[in-house]
Design a protein around this ligand. Structure first.
Ligand code: PLP
Length: 443
């Protein structure tokens, strides 16, 4: 059974399994746009509502159990409710919430980050959007220049300068090697759009051309060193090194947005994995073990004076998030854990590969270590334009069918990926592959 009839069948199964979710969604949508509070996925027929997570598992309000490979868009590298983290947070609560003064553990958390990433100075914030916003502001301030270059299809959060060309419609996007800058939704001024130039990923000539045409005007190039908002797209050999050379030659700040890659691909993220040192790094998601946090750090001279210019946040470096960051980085994500999750990641990727071949599915898998994902296309995916060939409907059917089989296979959507946490087991990987074996013939 394929196509429409398969989709109707699995949607009906989903409806039957998730009646309480539907009830809550119907109520939520009255007041909350899309029926969500601001961060959950929204998809058809409606998102499941959940009420418990533990280890590698998640339970919805209808009592269905899932093995979770979404892990909150890759936040929970520590898994759900890690006992070491829970104990530390409970202890922390005894000290109250926000002291409004510095406290000792901020130093520990900063040191833990500086051991992993080349950061002379670090500023904590609350989210990835803030971390990239700080990086862009600092780069403009340091260079005295206005324009920035971002990658087509990359996502760096919601600040105006960066909410551009995330999902541009192909008929408006311009030539593939010279994309137009397209605001992602309304409310972004024309001047802002003009200052954000857009280049395709994995294309150094396009970057060189933009730098040449805007000589002396570009403050920063911001990249996800491995793209993780159009599936998983690794950089081609030499790409990041070439970016480093160009930016050094032209007094441009190189920013690695490691909000998704940071502390996952390796203890020191993509920066360590690829051995290229940027000027600034933005971090968030997994560094806080599930609490809201972000960080922007890097070269002393670019970070200098940050405090005098009002770059603060009332809730930045809140003690619960900082404690979670410290525990996550020093007590949970130890070096041996990286080998374990990398091995499981390789097994998941190769298991998918075999099943795809057995069923001659029009799909590929891409990933590195604990992160990866399936892309329903036969063409190699090396940038946004090639990613747009991915079959979105098949991706939807795959995701719903896997959920019906008790597996949240990845974050919802063709642009997303899976993550394996330190609490996942070989059996979890096996069950994921068993479910995919069942679903694959219908795709
Ligand atoms: C690479 C990247 N940068 C920045 C952000 C924004 O992070 P946040 O949602 O914490 O604001 C995201 C969010 O998914 C991201 O993937």
């Amino acid at each position: 059974m394929t196509g429409e009839s398969y989709l109707s069948k699995i949607t009906e199964q989903y409806n039957q399994r998730t009646k309480q979710s539907k009830k809550l969604f119907t109520e939520a949508i009255e007041l909350l746009p899309g029926g969500i509070g601001g961060s959950a996925p929204t998809y058809k027929p409606y998102p499941m509502f959940v009420n418990k997570g533990e280890g590698s598992k998640l339970w919805d309000v209808d009592g269905n159990e899932y093995i979770d490979f979404n892990l909150c868009w890759g936040v929970l590298l520590v898994g759900h409710k890690h006992p070491i983290l829970m104990k530390g947070l409970q202890e922390q609560l005894d000290y109250g919430t926000m002291p409004g003064f510095p406290y000792e553990e901020i130093i520990d958390a900063a040191k833990a980050l500086a051991r992993r990433f080349p950061m002379d100075k670090i500023r904590f914030v609350n989210s990835g959007s803030e971390a990239t916003l700080y990086a862009i502001r600092l780069a403009r301030r340091y260079t005295g220049k206005d324009k920035i270059i971002k990658i087509e299809g990359a996502y760096h959060g919601i600040s105006d300068s960066l909410h551009i060309s995330k999902r541009p419609a192909i008929d408006k996007a311009g030539p593939p090697d010279r994309p137009n800058s397209i605001p992602y939704g309304g409310g972004i001024t024309k001047a802002t759009v003009k200052d954000t130039l857009v280049a395709p990923f994995n294309n150094i000539d396009a970057i060189k051309q933009l730098v040449k045409e805007n000589s002396g005007q570009i403050a920063a190039i911001i990249v996800e060193p491995m793209m993780m908002n159009a599936g998983v797209i690794p950089p081609q050999e030499g790409y990041l090194h070439a970016l480093r050379e160009i930016t050094e030659e032209s007094n441009i700040v190189l920013i690695f947005d490691e909000v998704k890659t940071g502390v996952k691909m390796a203890p020191g993220g993509a920066t360590e994995y690829y051995g290229v040192k940027p000027d600034l790094i933005s971090l968030a998601k997994a560094i806080g073990g599930g609490l809201p946090i972000g960080a922007c750090g890097g070269k002393e001279e670019i970070m200098a004076g940050i405090g005098k210019e009002g770059l603060f946040g009332t809730f930045s470096a809140n003690p619960l998030s900082i404690r979670a960051c410290k525990i996550t980085l020093t007590e949970i994500l130890t070096n041996d854990q990286y080998d374990k999750i990398a091995q499981m990641g390789k097994n998941l990727l190769s298991g998918y590969q075999d099943i795809i071949e057995d069923h001659k599915l029009p799909a590929i898998v891409q990933g590195i270590n604990a992160v990866g994902g399936i892309l329903f296309t036969k063409e190699p995916v090396i940038n946004y334009r090639t990613w747009t060939k991915v079959d979105q409907e098949k991706t939807h059917a795959y995701w719903i069918a896997m959920a019906n089989n008790g597996i949240i296979s990845m974050a919802y959507g063709a642009e997303e990926e899976w993550l394996i946490s330190v609490q996942h087991s070989k059996e979890d990987i096996q069950q994921h592959l068993e479910a995919f074996k069942k679903v694959a013939p219908n795709l």
